[in-house]
Design a protein around this ligand. Structure first.
Ligand code: SF4
Ligand SMILES: [Zn+2]
Length: 220
């Protein structure tokens, strides 16, 4: 839609005026444009206000503000909400999922992630089901270099961040995890939120996990 249609100028330009038609037409266009702009602005304000009200309900009892949820919504989402295609329940689910995502970013395991699983790119992880997966919700942490809580201990020798010294068993952690002066013993088991398995031949930079995620496979 053109700006003229949006502001209702087309209709104004089509009207005739008996006295000084040119100026009258121009004045009408300006008045109409201003009125339409004012009206559009008022509509936008009302939409923003109603959205925040709906989000206040959605955020009730959650450690997140309505404004933060609003900022996470795409413009298309807001438009869908305005058209009534996104319910209050859906907004509440969205708000809860944002809270969960924030906690996961800090390395906190969601309470319903009770099963041990293994992600090809992240290693041992907590999930809501057990088994082996090609990508997982923790892949976001991995790509952003954030901690991943572990259900099992790992060995430095299996980690991509382990840098061996000349000693047959010792090495250092490229992630700066605590270690003795001599370094880390490769076969010792430890709890480590920075562990990442060695990439397998043919793996790319690990973005496969993210790609998997964006398809909604793990939107829980
Ligand atoms: S990130 Fe953890 S598992 Fe990997 S080398 Fe460092 S201490 Fe070892
Ligand atoms: Zn993963």
């Amino acid at each position: 839609m053109s700006w003229r249609e949006t502001l209702g100028v087309t209709e104004a330009a089509g009207e005739s005026h008996a006295h000084n038609p040119h100026n009258a037409q121009k004045t009408a266009m300006q008045d109409n444009s201003a009125d339409s702009a004012d009206s559009a602005s008022a509509d936008a304000e009302e939409t923003a206000s109603r959205l925040l009200e709906a989000l206040s309900d959605a955020c009730r009892g959650l450690p997140i503000t309505p404004a933060a949820v609003r900022d996470a919504l795409a413009l298309e989402d807001i438009e869908d909400w305005r058209k009534g295609e996104i319910t209050r329940d859906t907004l509440a689910v969205f708000a809860r999922s944002l809270v969960q995502r924030r906690e996961m970013e800090r390395g906190k395991r969601p309470t319903h992630y009770t099963e041990r699983a293994t992600c090809k790119h992240c290693g041992p992880i907590w999930l809501w089901f057990s088994g082996e997966v090609l990508g997982c919700p923790w892949c976001w942490n991995r790509v952003a270099d954030r901690p991943i809580p572990r259900p099992d201990a790992v060995r430095c020798q299996d980690c991509a961040h382990f840098q061996r010294t000349d000693h047959p068993h010792l090495g250092h952690c490229a992630k700066g995890e605590p270690e003795a002066i001599a370094g880390l013993w490769d076969t010792d088991r430890r709890y480590c939120e920075r562990y990442l398995p060695h990439p397998e031949p043919g793996d790319n930079d690990g973005s496969a996990g993210s790609e998997y995620l964006t398809k909604g496979e793990f939107a829980k």
